[in-house]
Design a protein around this ligand. Structure first.
Ligand code: ZN
Ligand code: ZN
Ligand code: ZN
Ligand code: ZN
Length: 194
């Protein structure tokens, strides 16, 4: 074997090792989330000059996020995962962007979600077996979700994953909990349900 060939083989092996050891999913980013307002801080004016939530003034927590898109097709009146064939001509499909949590942990379940309002709770009347958003009346999409909670400690002025040790006495910690959208990739649970 020539030295050059050996070098190429070794370089290739190293590249393979580097690729397999990077566990970060492609396209993920650090998303700022306000547990008080239960919303991601994105778009103009969502954070103040100090980097705190513009709505409540508390600092956000950083979550590993990924963009999730659904397309509302106004001619088919349903949500699609990509614009339909007709959209280039008829402009019938409009994209709605959400942030989905990457690496959510074990507690992942199926939920109904409105990509416009980014809510799980507005879903009411089922039409044709599919629940609809209570606000926009569009059919909800079936998504994977997880429950999260943060505690705001008034005496420390920080977000904690649980109530602080002094909370039983001081009653200084307030729990904020809700449901977060989960990214479908990677799909370790894909075999359990389609
Ligand atoms: Zn806030
Ligand atoms: Zn369309
Ligand atoms: Zn809605
Ligand atoms: Zn506390």
């Amino acid at each position: 074997m020539s030295k050059r060939l050996l070098f190429i083989l070794l370089t290739g092996l190293l590249l393979l090792l580097a690729a397999s050891s990077s566990s970060k999913p492609a396209g993920s980013f650090e998303a700022l989330f306000c547990p008080q307002c239960w919303d991601y801080l994105w778009g103009a004016g969502s954070v103040d000059l100090k980097g705190n939530c513009a709505a409540c003034g508390k600092y956000p927590v950083a979550l590993e996020g990924q963009t999730a898109m659904w397309w509302w097709c106004s001619s088919q009146e349903r949500w699609l995962e990509a614009p339909c064939d007709q959209s280039a001509v008829r402009h019938c499909c409009a994209g709605e962007e959400s942030i989905a949590l990457v690496s959510p942990g074990a507690d992942v379940f199926w939920a109904w979600y409105c990509p416009v309002h980014r809510t799980f709770d507005g879903v009411t009347l089922p039409v044709l077996g599919i629940p609809i958003c209570g606000t926009c009346a569009r059919p909800a999409v079936k998504v994977q979700a997880t429950r999260r909670a943060w505690y705001w400690c008034e005496s420390e002025g920080v977000w904690n994953p649980s109530a602080c040790p002094l909370d039983p006495v001081r009653k200084c910690c307030a729990k904020h909990q809700g449901i977060l959208l989960v990214s479908p990739q990677p799909r370790p649970w894909a075999t359990s349900e389609k």
